[in-house]
Write a protein that binds this ligand. Structure first.
Ligand code: ZN
Length: 138
C-alpha cells in the first residue's frame, strides 16, 4: 500500500471565508500516483473546517448568514470561552461544518457525487492555518 501526506497552508485576510481546495487535492492525488484508495482532508485547527458541497456563491453567502444566526460573533462577551480571546463562535461554526472529508479514489480520480467540491471553511482567519491531505491506496 502506498501512502502520501501533504499540508496546505492558508492565511485568510478576513475572519471568515470559504475556499475551494478541490484542485489542490486533485494535484496531490496526481502527485501520489495512487489510482485506487481513499483521500482524507482535514483542517488542522479547531476554528476551521473542511467540507464538501456545491461551489455556488449564493449558497456560501447563505451558509455565512446561517452560521452567524447559530453562533453570532457578537457580542463577544456572550461566550464563556472568550476570556482573553474572541473566537468562541469560530469553534462552534467549525463543529457544525465539520473537521474532515473522506473521498474515494477510483481510476486515479476523486470519485465525487454530482456537483461535489471540497472547501476549506475559515472562521477565525488573519493567521496562518493548515490543512492535512492524506492519501492511501495502490
Ligand atoms: Zn478559542
Amino acid at each position: 500500500m502506498k501512502s502520501f501526506r501533504k499540508e496546505l497552508f492558508f492565511q485568510v485576510s478576513t475572519r471568515r471565508a470559504f475556499i475551494n481546495i478541490t484542485h489542490d487535492v486533485e494535484h496531490c492525488l496526481k502527485e501520489s500516483g495512487i489510482k485506487e484508495g481513499l483521500v482524507l482532508v482535514n483542517a488542522m485547527h479547531i476554528t476551521a473546517s473542511v467540507f464538501i458541497n456545491d461551489d455556488e456563491s449564493g449558497l456560501h453567502h447563505d451558509y455565512d448568514l446561517w452560521l452567524e444566526k447559530l453562533a453570532p460573533h457578537e457580542p463577544v462577551s456572550g461566550y464563556r470561552h472568550n476570556v482573553g480571546e474572541d473566537n468562541a463562535d469560530a469553534h462552534m461554526k467549525r463543529q457544525i461544518m465539520g473537521r474532515e472529508v473522506v473521498v474515494a479514489v477510483t481510476n486515479g480520480r476523486l470519485d465525487f457525487g454530482t456537483w461535489e467540491q471540497i472547501f476549506y471553511g475559515e472562521f477565525d482567519g488573519r493567521r496562518k492555518k493548515r490543512v492535512l491531505i492524506k492519501i492511501i491506496g495502490e
